[in-house]
Design a protein around this ligand. Structure first.
Ligand code: SF4
Length: 432
C-alpha cells in the first residue's frame, strides 16, 4: 500500500481514506472486474499520513478525495482526524491551495467555518441532485445539503458535479439544481455522463439519448456565464471555444461558445494554450468570433488574478512534439500510435498540424467493456487485441501508447507491464 500512497503523493494527491458514508447508485468502485488491482483501506492513521506530508509539493495545489492511482478514494470528511490532518497541512504549507472533493453530507456550518479559517480552500462537491426525494433515489436515503451550500456560498469557492442520471431522478431535477447552484455563485458545474463497465451496465441502465439530453441541459444555461461542462467529451479539433467564465473572472466579457482566435496577435495552438495565455499576467488584446461576428476586447490581468475562462482540456503542443521526438529518436518508418477512442482524432489532427502524418488508432476497452472510452482504463490485454488486429493489414515498426494507462512502474490496472507488448510482438514499444 505504501508504494501506491507514494505514487499518489507524487501527484500532490493525499489519500486519507477509502471509506465512504454513502453508497451511490453509480459508484465506480462496484464496477471493476475482479482482476483489477484496486486498493482500499480504512481510515489511514494520522501518524501514517504525517509521514507522507513532507513529500507534497508546496508549489502545486494539494488534492484530497480524488482518485489519482489505483487507490479507491472515499469521503475525506468522514475521516475522524480530518481536521487534525488539515491543520497539519496548513502548518507545513501555509499558503498552498487545497482542493477537497466531497459528497457534501458532512459539510456542516461548523465544518464550513473551519475550512474557511484555513484559507485557500476550494471544494468540489458531488451534488448529483438537490431535491431530498431525488437524492434518495441515488443515495438510498433522504438528505438535504442545500442549507449547508447556502451557508458556504460566498465563503468558500466551490464547483458542483453531477452524474447525469435523468432516467433515475428526471431531467428537470438537473435544471432546478443547477439554477439554484448558480444563484449560490457556484464556480462551475460539471455534468458527467455515467461511465459503466460490462459488470455494472444493468445497474446504470443508461438510455441511448443521454448525450443528446446532456446537450439540451448545456443549452438551457447558454445565456448564463457560469460554465456547464459536459464530460467526457470527444474533441475533434483545437478550436478554443469558451465553455463559460467563473464568477469573478477578469474575462467576464466572454460568452459561452465564443471562439478565441488570437491573443495579442497570436492564434493559440489549442484550448490549453488559450487558457495559459489568458491567465498570464499582463495586457491582452483578444480577437474572438461570436455568432458570425469578429470582435476585439482589451483586458489586463494582474498577478494572482484569474481570467476565469473555461475550456475543454485538449492537448498541449509540447506533448505532441514529445510524440514526434520519440518517433524520430526510434528511427521508426511506420509508427503506430494507439490511444482511446475519445482522444484519437485530436491526437491525429494535432500531429498533422505539426507536420507529422502518423497512423493513430483507437483501442477499444474490451477488458472493462460497457461504455468505457478513456485511455486511463485501457489495459495490456486491450493493447494486445488492438495490435493483433492491426497486424492483419500492416506491420508497424514502433508502438507508442498513452502513459496514462500505466503507473510509474509501467504497469496497467491489472498489474501487467506494457513491455509485455514489446516482448509479444517483437516491436519496440514506448509510452508517451
Ligand atoms: S460519494 Fe463517491 S466514493 Fe462515496 S459511494 Fe458515492 S461515488 Fe462512491
Amino acid at each position: 500500500m505504501e508504494k501506491y500512497l507514494a505514487d499518489a503523493v507524487k501527484r500532490n494527491v493525499l489519500p486519507i481514506t477509502s471509506r465512504c458514508n454513502v453508497r451511490c447508485l453509480f459508484c465506480s468502485h462496484t464496477g471493476n472486474p475482479l482482476e483489477v488491482n484496486t486498493v482500499s483501506f480504512p481510515h489511514l492513521p494520522f501518524a501514517k499520513i504525517n509521514e507522507f506530508l513532507p513529500f507534497l509539493d508546496p508549489g502545486k495545489k494539494i488534492v484530497l478525495g480524488e482518485s489519482a492511482t489505483i487507490i479507491n478514494e472515499g469521503e475525506p470528511l468522514f475521516h475522524p482526524d480530518f481536521k487534525k490532518i488539515l491543520l497539519k497541512i496548513r502548518e507545513l504549507f501555509p499558503k498552498t491551495p487545497l482542493s477537497i472533493t466531497t459528497n457534501g453530507l458532512l459539510l456542516t456550518r461548523e465544518m464550513v467555518d473551519f475550512l474557511t479559517s484555513l484559507g485557500e480552500v476550494e471544494l468540489v462537491i458531488s451534488v448529483n441532485a438537490l431535491t431530498p426525494a431525488k437524492r434518495k433515489l441515488i443515495f438510498g436515503f433522504y438528505s438535504d445539503i442545500y442549507p449547508n451550500l447556502y451557508y458556504l456560498s460566498g465563503k468558500i469557492p466551490f464547483t458542483a458535479s453531477f452524474v447525469f442520471m435523468p432516467h433515475v431522478v428526471g431531467y428537470e431535477e438537473y435544471v432546478l439544481s443547477i439554477k439554484k447552484l448558480m444563484q449560490l455563485g457556484v464556480e462551475a458545474v460539471r455534468v458527467f455522463l455515467p461511465g459503466f463497465t460490462e459488470k455494472n451496465k444493468q445497474l446504470i441502465n443508461a438510455p441511448r439519448d443521454l448525450e443528446k439530453l446532456s446537450q439540451k441541459l448545456f443549452a438551457e444555461f447558454l445565456e448564463e456565464r457560469t460554465p456547464v461542462i459536459i464530460e467526457p467529451k470527444r474533441l475533434t479539433d483545437f478550436r478554443a471555444e469558451v465553455l463559460g467564465v467563473t464568477p469573478g473572472g477578469m474575462a467576464y466579457f466572454l460568452k459561452k461558445k465564443d471562439i478565441i482566435l488570437k491573443i495579442n496577435g497570436q492564434p493559440p495552438f489549442s484550448r490549453m494554450e488559450a487558457h495559459k495565455l489568458l491567465n498570464t499576467p499582463g495586457e491582452k488584446l483578444l480577437e474572438i468570433f461570436r455568432q458570425g461576428e469578429l470582435l476585439t476586447f482589451n483586458f489586463s490581468l494582474k498577478p494572482g488574478q484569474k481570467a476565469g475562462a473555461v475550456f475543454y482540456r485538449d492537448i498541449e503542443k509540447e506533448r505532441l512534439l514529445g510524440i514526434i521526438s520519440k518517433v524520430e529518436k526510434a528511427l521508426a518508418k511506420s509508427p503506430l500510435i494507439l490511444t482511446s477512442y475519445l482522444a484519437t482524432t485530436l491526437i491525429k489532427k494535432g500531429l498533422q498540424k505539426l507536420g507529422a502524418n502518423y497512423l493513430v488508432l483507437p483501442v477499444k476497452s474490451r477488458f472493462f467493456g460497457g461504455n468505457i472510452g478513456c485511455a486511463g482504463l485501457l489495459t495490456v490485454e486491450d493493447y494486445l487485441w488492438a495490435v493483433t488486429k492491426v497486424l492483419k493489414v500492416r506491420k508497424p515498426d514502433y508502438l507508442l501508447l498513452p502513459g496514462i494507462s500505466f503507473d510509474d512502474r509501467g504497469r496497467d490496472l491489472t498489474g501487467r507491464s506494457y513491455l509485455e507488448i514489446e516482448d509479444y510482438f517483437k516491436i519496440k514499444t514506448e509510452i508517451f
